[in-house]
Design a protein around this ligand. Sequence first.
Ligand code: FAS
Ligand code: PHB
Length: 391
Amino acid sequence: MRTQVGIVGAGPAGLLLAHLLHRAGIDSVILEARSREYVENRIRAGVLEHTTEDILTAAGVGARMAAEGLPHRGIHLRFAGRDHRIDFTALTGRHVMVYSQHKVVQDLIAARIATGRPILFEAEDVAVHDIATDRPRVSFRHAGSAHQLHCDVIAGCDGFHGVCRPSIPAEALTLFDRVYPFAWLGILAEAAPACDELIYANHERGFALLSMRSPEIVRLYLQCAPDEDLEAWSDDRIWSELAARSAHEGFTLNQGPILQRGVTPMRSFVAEPMRHGRLFLAGDSAHIVPPTGAKGLNLAAADVAVLARALERFFRDGDQAGMDAYSATCLDRVWKAERFSWWMTSTLHRFADQSPFDRRVQLAELSFLAGSTAAATALAENYVGLPLNLA
Ligand code: FAS
Ligand code: PHB
């Protein structure tokens, strides 16, 4: 098999990259380890930056997002008995779009299939080779046969646990890692959101986040131990804890059947550089953020917007300048999102080793946010999405 760009992974990064390349007349093959059914129904992120919404709309895959997505003009912060709204639109003129990641994946897979170009699900034993040469290749098994995919470029869009980043020689990579001393217990439930915007709560008992997927489905999280035993959490205990942590005068948390539950670990991670030879890492294969800032999916989209532009210059003009600048361009924005996600996580969660002084400083940070237009604007600018550098 031969193509211009071999893409490993059919998550948001791989699928959006393939779509952007196709629109530029560049051929690709997508290799995905899991089934179509699995990737199309994997519940993960829920908030798209305005920046990501613009990328999807401009790429012609935003129709269902526009029809079913929920534009949100702000969020609520709850702390010390207070509820303070950060008004994104008043502060930045922009908003975010609540639209589930699994729907973005479904939309992009449908667009891929409409092109007639290859997307191979349930690919096995995927491995990348000769990435330091200008003739890289991907070996894999599919439907019982062994294959070699010869390409000019490989995009490693295979997430944190993929094979692409580990294929880069260890001495060529610098890894940055922080693991947080807590996780999120998340549920998907059939209930109407009790507020029309997201609520982030810093409570004495711990963090809680009240998000949503539609007017009928809520996505709720509570801080828990990193090794939390999900079996120890009955439905009643989950609802009771969420209600306690999000309590506010005149507020009632709506309850309903829990459709899904799980524990998501929290870490910050960056691999530098995001390129080795003709292998380019994008999305979670290169970086991970704690979901508090709703950045994971959005960083993946930003990476591939930059990569698609760079590859277009290469295949059209033989100009490698964009490829050479790819890693530095992405990492500038990645680190700003890492900082924001770390700051949101540090400001909103309870830490077991927090001293009384630390606790007061944390509450002062939130109180300053509630009283300072400058501080609220800084949060809003980061949350709706920092500008993309597509030069
Ligand atoms: P992905 O992990 O989405 O996709 C990588 C793809 O590569 C997968 O389909 C995988 O099957 C495939 N793959 C892996 N190894 C392969 C191999 N060897 N060969 C072929 N294919 C291979 N972000 C938020 O902003 N908010 C959230 O609430 C949130 N919740 C999350 C919950 C969980 C449980 C997880 C794991 C992540 C969550 N994230 C959240 C982050 C998430 O949304 C990611 O940022 C986003 O999926 C990144 O997209 P990709 O880089 O495409 O990676
Ligand atoms: C979600 O809806 O899944 C969500 C929203 C905001 C976050 C994290 C997750 O910060």
